[in-house]
Design a protein around this ligand. Structure first.
Ligand code: DC
Length: 222
């Protein structure tokens, strides 16, 4: 049976790597919802807007269509037909996307884009509100958490691998700030989903996280 699995949690808890691994193991599609929000941020930056409070932001993104599609390497993001996947992880995008994602209009516009992915069959989704708002009837809802220091070390390793110069202390501060913003905001705050299962990944290997979630998915008919 094809089921929907949501994986939510704060930045750096290992959602993306875990979700991708679970999807591979089950032969499911993987939907990275943060990447869709990042698609909007890429276009805003191209229009010279790096502040989500800018009055020009809504205009710059009016009518802009963000969509997910899949090739043999997994999910990709297209904006108005152009593949922008390579730009999604730029630090300027990471900075702008957090306040941008708190704007209701962008959340509303991405809702049908996210829900449409369930038509593909089995789906693993990751984000912040995928178990609580986007797929409240998901068959399995995981909430991943990890100690902030461990999350900073993980992100630091990713940045180093991508050749981005950085200071771990700055990374940890930014993650803590992003947590506070994502949890404290009025619109779609990061919340534990009804019926969710909490997994603390501090000290767990990615392989362990994936195996645990796959086992839970199998119990639910995946
Ligand atoms: O997971 P990520 O770092 O790619 O997410 C980018 C931003 O988008 C993050 O600051 C929170 C926001 N986001 C969200 O509000 N809702 C989601 N479902 C996914 C991401």
């Amino acid at each position: 049976m094809a089921i929907v699995i949501t994986i939510d949690g704060p930045a750096g808890a290992g959602k993306t790597t875990t979700a991708r691994g679970v999807a591979d193991e089950l032969g499911y599609h993987y939907l990275d919802t943060g990447a869709l929000y990042r698609g909007f941020a890429v276009i805003a930056l191209r229009a010279g807007i790096d502040d989500a409070a800018s009055p020009a932001l809504l205009d710059a993104l009016r009518g802009v269509a963000v969509e997910a599609y899949w090739d043999e390497n997994g999910m990709r993001v297209r904006v108005d037909g152009e593949d922008v996947t390579g730009e999604l992880r730029r630090p300027a995008v990471t900075k702008l996307v957090s306040p941008l994602s708190a704007i209701p209009e962008f959340r509303d516009r991405l809702m049908p884009v996210q829900r449409a992915a369930a038509d593909l069959g089995g789906l693993v989704v990751d984000g912040r509100d995928t178990g609580s708002v986007v797929f409240p009837n998901a068959d399995l809802k995981i909430f991943l958490v990890a100690d902030v220091h461990e999350r900073a070390l993980r992100r630091s390793r990713e940045l180093a691998a991508a050749g981005v110069e950085h200071d771990v202390k700055d990374v940890q501060r930014e993650i803590a700030e992003r947590d506070a913003r994502d949890s404290g905001r009025k619109v779609a705050p990061l919340v534990f989903p009804d019926g969710g299962i909490r997994i603390d990944t501090t000290g767990l290997s990615i392989g362990d996280q994936i195996a645990r979630i796959v086992a839970l998915a199998r119990e639910r008919g995946a």
